[in-house]
Write a protein that binds this ligand. Structure first.
Ligand SMILES: Cc1ncc(COP(=O)(O)O)c(C=O)c1O
Length: 387
């Protein structure tokens, strides 16, 4: 993009950052560089720094530049999945014997990574409620805690953590704050601007936005930390391939307009559920009754497309409602243009059953898509009424 005096707006960055027209052909879309290696002009004579596609690939570089620009970061890194990004980060900054504070309500796969992979390898963790700043502070072990890991909103309970406040106490303890920004997306929340050190994404979700590709990303500002991550990205090799990067980057360009519609539809779905007799509780940070509403209003542009609710008739009724929905597709994942419904206890969060992260059995999670809102509401009405 031509150097401008003012910082381009979010949508301009989404469409242009990393997307300079191809110098050879003028193609406006970054090509898919389906190549594993690059011709050298004499030994060590690299063109544009590219030598091998695990170390660097122009299609991946375009995506990495774009997501870094949208998160207001300096360096972005694209991985084969969100969990690959998380694992690479852990091994970049932690060593056996270190300690990490994690949310007591988080994506089940993230918990499994800490509990079943990192712990046997020697990385200890404590779970703390992200909404309780004092509990997060108390969970830190001075000198041993290297990371505080935050999801906000959390998956699936949509709990809100105060990023700026937790960044302060994390830094006081000499640790780094990691924020998984998957649920909000950079359109609604930019954790690095609030003091976080690392942003994590499952780009599989809102960033890609079309349920057609799995991927992950890390974004940082600190260049020393960026060098560590770049070294581990190349040394561990869990990189995103060029076809996946192309799809993810294509999705990212429309993030702003998609998120506005996700938020509009979620608000309508929430209003409908609040009045439904089969629903005992609607969980959405946009509700004034949500305990994290004020913090969410401060740190998020709007409140997102994820909604959770508890079924008045218990677990089986929640499971049955999920199965009856038709416009809402019964499935795991979230953040795509199509609406999804799921039962976290038996699906995405089965791996936390019996742990401190166990979710309520009567909980239903919705990823509200961008279809016509009336059709979504009619579908939920049918699913909840049993007909
Ligand atoms: C909040 C959050 N973080 C991380 C992940 C892991 O990402 P991936 O499935 O792309 O590995 C997920 C997946 O659902 C998620 O919901």
């Amino acid at each position: 993009m031509t150097e401008q005096l003012h910082k381009p707006g979010f949508e301009t960055r989404a469409i242009h950052a990393g997307s300079e027209p191809d110098p050879t052909t003028g193609a406006v879309t970054p090509p898919i560089f389906a190549t594993s290696t690059y011709k050298q002009d004499g030994v060590g004579g690299l063109r544009g720094g590219y030598e091998y596609s695990r170390s660097g690939n122009p299609t991946r570089a375009a995506l990495e530049e774009c997501i870094a620009a949208l998160e207001d970061g300096d360096r972005g890194f694209a991985f084969a999945s969100g969990l690959a990004a998380e694992d690479t980060l852990l091994r970049s900054v932690c060593r056996p014997g270190d300690h990490v504070v994690i949310p007591n309500d988080a994506y089940g796969g993230t918990y499994r990574l800490f509990a079943k992979v990192a712990l046997p390898w020697g990385l200890e963790h404590s779970a703390a409620p992200v909404a309780d700043v004092d509990a997060v502070r108390a969970a830190i072990r001075p000198g041993q805690t290297k990371l505080v890991w935050l999801e906000t909103p959390t998956n699936p309970m949509l709990t809100i953590g105060d990023i700026a406040e937790i960044a302060g106490l994390t830094h006081d303890a000499g640790a780094l704050l990691v924020v998984d920004n998957t649920f909000a997306s950079p359109y609604l929340q930019q954790p690095l601007t609030l003091g976080a050190d690392v942003v994590v994404h499952s780009t599989t979700k809102y960033v890609g936005g079309h349920s057609d590709v799995v991927g992950g990303a890390l974004v940082v500002r600190d260049l020393e930390l960026a060098e560590k991550i770049a070294f581990h990205q190349n040394s561990m090799g869990a990189v995103a391939g060029p076809f996946d990067c192309f799809l993810t980057h294509r999705g990212l360009k429309t993030l702003g307009v998609r998120m506005e519609r996700h938020c509009d539809n979620a608000e309508q779905v929430v209003a409908f559920l609040e009045d439904h007799p089969a629903v005992t509780e609607v969980i959405y940070p946009g509700l004034a009754t949500h305990p994290g509403h004020d913090v969410a209003r401060r740190q998020m542009k709007r409140f997102g497309g994820m909604v959770a609710f508890r079924h008045a008739d218990g677990e089986q009724a929640a499971v049955d409602a999920c199965a009856r929905a038709e416009v809402f597709t019964l499935g795991e994942s979230l953040g795509g243009v199509e609406s999804l419904i799921e039962h976290p206890g038996r699906m995405t969060h089965m791996s936390v059953a019996g742990t401190e992260l166990e979710v309520p059995a009567d909980l239903v999670r919705l990823s509200v898509g961008i279809e016509t809102a009336d059709d979504l509401i009619a579908d939920l009405d049918r699913a909840l009424s049993g007909g």
